[in-house]
Ligand binder design. Structure first.
Ligand SMILES: Cc1cc2nc3c(=O)[nH]c(=O)nc-3n(C[C@H](O)[C@H](O)[C@H](O)COP(=O)(O)O)c2cc1C
Length: 657
């Protein structure tokens, strides 16, 4: 067995958990009208079937004033039977199910401000500037009572326990934090006061439930708020809570509702497992209480390494288990190369914050009945399929079609699979993007697809294959920016071409200024920008919008800003276009403000490049159709969009053949 420690059972509150892998709480936004619906239950049942030892649900509506429609409620409108069905769907598959208790307090991450917020003190949220009302004492007592009743109800319904989410900047965290809690009664002030709310919650759950009801605590590691909770403060909080006792595991999370929000879901620009060592040290203040390592742990070997080094006793995975419900099963069977690995792109988070059900770039079957260890069933008749393009859309269509029994030939013009995703994976912070096409390449080989790389297929090459259907997945190319003089075309190239060239000369640095005109606003553009900033003495990013990165989720944007503003040679000019009369031959670019027309010169120009709108590379479509062939365009080749669109549409197309 390759992962003996990961797969070893552990006992919490006297209950056996079959292995050390825990599904961290993940909001899915599957719920509507607070109902426990089939999709939500299936999401959890799939992960239980995929071998996870324990699952923590998303936060539940517990308190009478909890009325958020996207959260499953513990009481009305759900009867005990609905909760029991949810618990049974998980527990009957050998997995423990814990409900999460949380209240957002003043914390708010969607657009605007919370319209209904209570907090320990009337101080604004650091992110949304929501101004909460101070919780009067009787309301604190009421909340504790209701959470106690809620725990009993979970137990009655067959849940194995509860997790108190006292991190992420939510209400319990706000009580713990000296920056958010300036009360002068017994629930504020010193450590004793600030930990009282959480201690009383644990007490009431302990007294309302049986001894074997698991109580877990998610605590802040470092929240990054000035005068808030840093590691030493977290250690003191841990020690005080441990002294009072009553909980059965600990897990820590970093960040808060502020400019540090991105740290709670470290994206692919972070080092792997960035928090483990710090959290291990803090948790030493609760001797004997199992610690779950959490945060950007995507690989079973990494997880096993953490356990074998004694840094934690369990490993919690959030995003990686969204991406592959069978992560544990495949690890246990020695099939780790068949895991669809999390890209850590945070598309999942961006979708839920846009108030949509969760989506994943690398899991087109998320929450489907056949999601776990998915392999397509056979098609009714075998067809000959030619796929032109070996990027994420083409490869996804190819492996699924081949697995369905079709005879699939793929032509990819580059030497390596992945298309533009391959380029992104070579750029700073982009490495994890390869998870998408690595899986597809493996699955295509397993399914028996024939893949020809480094071959730009023409109409004749396709025709010679005598296909029944042709899938065009050739991606999209950047349009020449409107208004830029045509004579610049000889020496001004888009940022993809420029990046490719720079990657071929890894040692090269250039004296002078690179100007990147940005009308793209997606993650890959800023990865390319970082490369330019590393190589040129100065980088100026010019965009017609009022901010950069407007098409990526808040947490990803925070990281982009942190990195770009952290580079002393990067300048950003907002609300501006490149002026057509720029004197490139004199080493000067002029920016024109799109609102007032004012002009700004950028001198010392060494490079002008751009990232902008793209047009489909679908030139083969018309001639192939003229040959009488059925041609289907997919991904960017159909309409230029995102990686998410490429994988999901490629997948759907493969299934439809
Ligand atoms: C889409 C999404 C939703 C999340 N929802 C919750 C939540 O409701 N409650 C919670 O405590 N943590 C939530 N988290 C945080 C995760 O539990 C976990 O702490 C974080 O994702 C880091 O772990 P990972 O690197 O394994 O994903 C969420 C994270 C993501 C990406």
């Amino acid at each position: 067995m390759e992962y003996p420690l990961l797969l070893e059972p552990i006992t919490l509150a006297g209950r056996t958990v079959r292995n050390r892998v825990v599904h961290a709480s993940m909001s899915t936004r599957y719920t509507q009208n607070q109902e426990i619906n089939a999709r939500l239950v299936r999401y959890h049942a799939n992960r239980a079937a995929g071998g996870v030892g324990m699952i923590v649900t998303e936060p539940l509506n517990v308190l009478p004033w909890h009325d958020r429609s996207h959260r499953p409620a513990l009481f009305e409108p759900n009867g005990l039977d609905a909760l029991a069905r949810w618990a049974d769907a998980v527990e009957s598959r050998g997995c423990r199910l814990l409900g999460q208790f949380q209240d957002s307090g003043r914390g708010h991450r969607e657009a605007g401000r919370s319209q209904q917020a209570w907090a320990p003190s009337a101080l604004p949220d650091d992110l949304s500037w929501t101004m909460p009302r101070e919780m009067p004492r009787h309301r604190i007592h009421e909340a504790i009572e209701h959470f106690g009743k809620g725990a009993r109800r979970l137990e009655e319904a067959g849940f194995s326990g509860v997790e108190l989410s006292a991190g992420h900047g939510h209400l319990f965290h706000q009580f713990l934090s000296p920056a958010a809690n300036i009360r002068d009664d017994e629930y504020g002030g010193d450590l004793e006061g600030r930990t009282r709310f959480v201690r009383e919650l644990i007490q009431i759950i302990t007294s309302n439930c049986k001894k074997d009801f698991i109580i877990g605590l998610k605590l802040p590691g470092a929240d990054g708020i000035p005068a808030g909770i840093d590691h030493p403060e977290s250690a003191r909080i841990t020690a005080r809570l441990a002294e009072a006792g009553g909980f059965h595991y600990l897990v820590y999370c970093d960040g808060s509702h502020s400019n540090t929000l991105e740290t709670h879901i470290p994206d692919m620009n972070y080092p792997r497992a960035p928090y483990v060592d710090g959290h291990t040290e803090i948790a030493a203040n609760a001797p004997g209480v199992p610690l779950m390592a959490l945060g950007l742990i995507t690989d079973p070997a990494e997880a096993e390494g953490i356990l074998s080094a004694g840094k934690a006793q369990m490993v919690a995975l959030g995003r990686p288990l969204v991406t592959d419900a069978a992560w544990v099963k495949k690890s246990a069977e020695g099939r780790q190369s068949e895991i669809r690995y999390c890209v850590s792109c945070n598309t999942c988070w961006a979708t839920i914050v846009e108030r949509k059900p969760i989506l994943c770039d690398n899991n087109p079957r998320l929450s489907q009945p056949d999601e776990v260890d998915y392999w397509p069933g056979p098609a009714s008749s075998r067809r000959r399929v030619v796929v032109v393009g070996a990027g994420p859309a083409g490869l996804e269509a190819a492996w699924v079609a081949a697995a369905r029994g079709h005879e699939v030939t793929v032509f990819g013009s580059s030497e390596r699979p992945g298309g533009k995703a391959f380029l992104h994976a070579q750029l700073p912070g982009g490495e994890n993007v390869s998870s998408v096409y690595d899986y597809q390449e493996m699955a295509a080989a397993k399914a028996g697809a024939t893949v020809h790389l480094g071959f730009r297929a023409a109409v004749d090459d396709v025709r010679q294959c005598e296909p029944d259907v042709v899938v065009l997945a050739c991606g999209a190319s950047m349009l020449w920016p409107s208004g830029w003089p045509g004579e610049w075309r000889d020496f001004v190239f888009d940022v993809r071409d420029v990046s490719r060239e720079m990657l071929e000369r890894p040692e090269e640095t250039i004296d002078g200024t690179a100007v990147l005109w940005d009308q793209d606003h997606t993650l890959a553009t800023y990865a390319a920008a970082e490369l330019l900033a590393q190589r040129f003495s100065r980088l100026v990013i010019v965009t017609p919008r009022e901010r950069l990165a407007s098409d990526v989720g808040l947490v990803t944007r925070q990281g982009i800003y942190r990195r770009l503003y952290g580079m002393p040679n990067v300048e950003i000019i907002l609300l501006s276009d490149i002026h057509a009369r720029s004197a490139l031959d004199e080493g000067r670019v002029t920016c024109r403000n799109v609102l007032n027309g004012s002009l700004t010169d950028i001198n010392d120009l060494a490079l002008l490049t751009w990232s902008g709108s793209r047009a489909p590379n679908d030139e083969l479509a018309a001639p192939l159709r003229a040959e009488g062939l059925e041609v289907l365009c997919v991904g960017d080749c159909d309409m230029p969009r995102t990686l998410l669109a490429a994988t999901s549409e490629g997948h759907a197309l493969g299934r439809s053949l």
